[in-house]
Ligand binder design. Structure first.
Ligand code: 13P
Length: 285
């Protein structure tokens, strides 16, 4: 059943858990996420990032995401991740997405506010929610497209709690992606998270905090982030890696010809297991 982001995050707030937001760019990815959520009877967020247009177009995968989410036995929010143009937000909303992220984190603060406001107005016409971002989490969004820059390079761009409060007041967004030590993609060194910053931001903004770059964070750190107010956790790299590594192993054990239908099933099953592990941690199961 379809929920928008605000509705699904209310469920998370009531239980003091976080909801996993998994990026998909294949039918097998969608199946892996929905089957995992249904088996665990937990709400989930299915998301598509335009940077994955290199693998599949939003116009092709988006309607399938919406249709399968509608049929799911658990609450599912279908979300656009990192939309940098209002036109792609509009495209997702027309397809039936129930939530969109406007990512103006590379713009000036004033421009980010102005465009995010337009995104909020546009989404409201569809009954959809909006996530926005201030601060930066590394521009290399996904491991497959390059490794994340880390440490000192990003600590200068951690989200400022004062600015976060003003931003939420001025834009009316439903959730805010914040920078507090996570980065997209594979971590080269142990991540060191600023828990106090999350807590302060959450207290000041009064809406859910979103963590990007969930892959590579320990179960203990996830727990602390959730206790501080994180309610949505974006997770992709480890899911894709689990699928890819399992396919590699199965192919190395395969004698004779390899068939693509086997590869797609192996990939899906391994991604599903990884998604289940993540949901169990986020939901404290
Ligand atoms: P990871 O690929 O590092 O898990 O991050 C995903 C993400 O934040 C998508 O926006």
């Amino acid at each position: 059943m379809l929920f928008n982001l605000q509705q699904i995050l209310e469920l998370a707030d009531a239980k003091r858990i976080a909801i996993g937001a998994f990026n998909v760019n294949t039918l097998q990815g969608i199946q892996a996420v929905l089957e995992a959520a249904e088996e665990l009877k937990q709400p989930v967020i299915l998301q598509y990032a335009p940077v994955h247009g290199a693998f599949i177009d939003l116009d092709l995968l988006g309607p399938i995401m919406v249709e399968l989410a509608e049929k799911a036995k658990v609450p599912v929010c279908v979300h656009l991740d990192h939309g940098e143009e209002l036109s792609v937000l509009h495209q997702a909303l027309e397809i039936g997405f129930t939530s969109v992220m406007y990512d103006g984190s590379m713009l000036s603060y004033e421009e980010n506010v102005a465009y995010t406001r337009l995104a909020v107005e546009m989404a409201a016409e569809y009954g959809a929610s909006v996530e926005a971002e201030i601060g930066a989490m590394g521009r290399e969004e996904f491991a497959s497209l390059g490794e994340a820059q880390e440490g000192e390079a990003i600590s200068g761009s951690y989200t400022d709690p004062d600015q976060a409060e003003d931003f939420v007041d001025e834009t009316g967004v439903d959730a805010l992606a914040c920078s507090f030590g996570t980065v997209h993609g594979l971590y080269l060194t142990e991540p060191c998270l600023d828990f106090e910053r999350i807590k302060e931001i959450r207290d000041r903004i009064g809406i859910p905090v979103v963590m990007h770059g969930g892959s590579g964070i320990s179960a203990e750190d996830f727990g602390r982030c959730i206790a501080c107010g994180v309610r949505k956790i974006n997770y992709y790299t480890y899911m894709a890696k689990a699928g890819g590594e399992y396919v590699k192993e199965m192919l190395s054990r395969t004698e004779g010809p390899a068939f693509f239908h086997d590869i797609s099933v192996w990939g899906k099953e391994a991604m599903k297991e990884e998604v289940k592990k993540a949901i169990q941690i986020f939901s404290d199961l």
